[in-house]
Design a protein around this ligand. Structure first.
Ligand code: AMP
Length: 396
């Protein structure tokens, strides 16, 4: 893979597309600096090798031009502290001041450009805008995995102005390497655990994974569309009737490809969608009308744990139940623990997608799994088998 490690960085002005889209409070203080912290190794490597760094990012969703609350200048104090150096700031990402500041930049120095999305040309993927950005540096590095699925000016289009001087930063490199451990030549058996609310959000993942995995474990709200497709009674549980055929096709396809597909045997059902609801343990195939399934049951958990502990590679996306409510978190928690235990036994485990990442963090297991993807939408599109413009632009 084309990471910065393969390049001479000395005396280069390296334009890095980072993802500094961090949450700010009303005083414009950063409330979660994870994304900035993640980019530090790439920045420091370039500085250490004798290059200069020009950082470009978006922040929030400005509508029409510059807006104070979306200014990247709010990030300067934190960034300077984190990098332990002065960071210059260009209050416009293109134009005279950006050109002057970048030309004045010397090796070992850092320049941060103002929010790229103050120009609508950024999200439009405008070539002229990309060219202006490109003119600020000698080399392009993409380290913003979170926006890799977008063909924006700074995430993809700009790369064409650096035919021989473009590379991935360490975040991108890590994400691609780890996701490829699942998608390309995984250690087998490979198990995918899919949960979350809806089949509709996951169907492309299911379709792309079905001929790659050995085991497909299904939980969460989406399990009921599958159970109904098999003729089960699901009461008031979440269902997407228009996807019943799709679910059946997935089951058929799994059978044809010799993939073991696991659906819950039992479920925790409730008389309303609330943590205060009355609950009981029920077969997942015979739920009465007044009840709805909000978690997988103990027999299912045992079966799923068994499959997970006998896997060599694991991909987990989506919770097993409504884990935000303590009465329906057992399934998600036990699956998270099983993934951690399998990892301890030597399996490779990848956690991806918002709510499974939230679950891993909630149970403090982040350091006990192999890799937690930061990618969100980009990660999902990648495992759906889609091409990511930000990746292709650097690779081609
Ligand atoms: P997703 O964003 O599609 O991964 O869905 C995550 C959401 O699915 C979480 O907020 C869970 O509370 C929700 N969820 C999981 N299981 C169920 C269920 N059985 N019924 C309703 N919602 C569920």
């Amino acid at each position: 893979m084309n990471t910065i490690d393969a390049f001479e960085l000395k005396n280069k002005k390296v334009l890095i597309r980072v993802d500094f889209n961090v949450p700010l409070n009303e005083q414009f203080e950063i409330t979660d600096p994870t994304r900035i912290n993640a980019a530090v190794p790439t920045i420091q490597k370039i500085l250490k090798e004798g290059g200069a760094v020009i950082l470009m990012s978006h922040l929030g969703r400005p509508k029409e031009g510059p807006e104070e609350k979306f200014s990247l200048k709010h990030l300067l104090p934190y960034l300077e502290e984190k990098l332990n150096t002065k960071v210059h700031f260009a209050d416009d990402c293109i134009g005279d001041s950006a050109i002057q500041l970048s030309s004045d930049l010397t090796n070992g120095e850092v320049l941060l450009l103002e929010n790229l999305r103050f120009y609508k040309e950024e999200t439009k993927g405008d070539v002229e805008f990309a060219k202006k950005l490109a003119s600020l540096g000698d080399m392009y590095v993409n380290d913003a995995f979170g926006t890799a699925h977008r063909a924006h000016a700074s995430t993809a289009i700009i790369a064409e102005f650096f035919p021989n001087d473009k590379a991935f930063g360490y975040i991108m490199g890590n994400e691609l390497e780890n996701i490829n451990k699942i998608l390309k030549e995984p250690q087998r058996p490979l198990t995918a655990i899919l949960g979350g609310a809806k089949v509709s959000g996951k169907i492309e993942i299911i379709n792309n994974l079905i001929d790659k995995v050995d085991n497909l474990i299904i939980g969460g709200g989406m399990m009921f569309t599958f159970i109904k497709a098999l003729g089960g009674k699901i009461g008031g549980s979440l269902v997407e009737n228009e996807l019943i055929n799709t679910a059946l096709e997935a089951i058929e396809k799994a059978k044809a490809s010799n993939v073991n597909i696991y659906l819950p045997i039992d479920a925790i059902v409730a008389n309303e969608f609330s943590n205060e609801a009355k609950t009981k343990l029920n077969s997942s195939y015979n739920i009465e009308d007044e009840w709805l399934g909000l978690d997988i049951g103990p027999e299912t958990i045992k079966k799923y744990e068994d499959v997970i502990l006998n896997s060599s590679s694991i991909l987990w996306n989506g919770p097993m139940g409504v884990f935000e409510m303590s009465n329906f978190e057992e399934g998600t928690k036990r699956i998270a623990l099983a993934v951690a235990k399998a990892t301890e036994k030597g399996a490779f485990s990848l956690i991806g997608g918002g709510d499974s990442v939230a679950a891993i963090n909630k149970y403090k297991l982040k350091d006990q799994v192999s890799y937690v993807s930061t990618g969100g939408g980009a990660m999902l599109e990648f495992i759906e088998g889609k091409e990511l413009p930000g990746v292709t632009a650097v690779e081609k």
